[in-house]
Design a protein. Structure first.
Length: 284
């Protein structure tokens, strides 16, 4: 019975994610000090860089001398929470098929390496420590994913804000063009009145036998200028009306874009809550 229990408990699954649980097993692994008995956990979430950053932060609390980059060596760790005695701890990341990674830990107790058969209590402590490390890696991986997805959400919201501002500008342009049209129409009325007055003056000059030719020419020039000024005003009105129509068309496009952007925002919010933040609930 004891052998059956030993075989059964040799391979432990501590479930964090139903689809990809954390698995901790005991096996021989190659370290800088050779093939040694170790605890190996798969890392369901998080890359090698994040994993090593978490490991380096955790081992600071072991109160030992920390060395190494690819393999972390903690010499004479007195606060490892594995045992009250000082131990040497070796930790490394292993890349496996499919780009997935594992975290291997070997503990030199001083003459022998930690193993479940000879050191069951210390093994359980080490197992718990490894689980907590991988749990933290998973949590920080989700933190990073949430941060990345929330940045995408902010970008979408910024896009919507820009669309709203663009619409407001178009509406202001329409009002400005309407004001310009009204002003130009008033100018045309004044212009037409001036034209009528100038025409009467010209007729009066024509009715005199001793009309000054230069004065008549001057009045004709004034009339020509008034006619051209009116044409310019009419063109301005025409241009303003075209701009108003274009702005109205652009507003319709803008409103459609706003609706699409709002849908994207809601989809992203739903994605963050249902597909990303929901992962926290599975970290136990």
């Amino acid at each position: 019975m004891k052998n059956i229990i030993t075989l059964f408990t040799l391979f432990i699954t501590i479930s964090i994610f139903a689809q990809d649980p954390i698995k901790i097993e005991e096996r021989k692994e190659n370290f800088s000090v050779g093939m040694q008995n170790s605890l190996v956990a798969n890392v369901p979430l998080g890359n090698e860089e994040l994993t090593m950053n978490v490991v380096k932060d955790v081992v600071k609390k072991y109160k030992g001398k920390v060395n190494g980059k690819e393999e972390i060596f903690v010499e004479q760790a007195t606060k490892s929470n594995i045992t009250d005695k000082a131990v040497d701890v070796y930790i490394k990341v292993i890349t496996v098929a499919g780009g997935k990674i594992e975290l291997a830990v070997a503990v030199n107790l001083g003459g022998s390496y930690l193993n479940k058969a000879d050191h069951p209590d210390m093994y359980r402590n080490a197992e718990k420590q490894l689980y907590e490390i991988v749990k933290r890696i998973a949590t920080e991986a989700v933190d990073m994913e949430v941060k990345e997805e929330e940045k995408k959400l902010k970008d979408l919201e910024k896009d919507l804000d820009n669309l709203v501002k663009d619409k407001e500008k178009l509406e202001k342009d329409i009002e400005k063009n309407k004001e310009d049209i009204a002003n130009n129409k008033n100018e045309i009325k004044l212009n037409e009145a001036s034209q009528e007055g100038t025409k009467k003056e010209i007729e009066t000059l024509h009715g005199h036998e001793n009309t000054d030719a230069d004065a008549l020419k001057e009045k004709n020039r004034e009339l020509e200028k008034l006619v051209k000024d009116k044409e310019k005003l009419e063109k301005k009105i025409e241009k303003a009306e075209e701009d108003i129509q274009k702005a109205k068309d652009d507003i319709k496009v803008n409103e459609g874009a706003q609706e699409e952007k709002k849908k994207e925002i809601e989809t992203q919010k739903k994605h963050i809550e249902e597909n990303v933040k929901s992962k926290y609930a599975n970290i136990k």
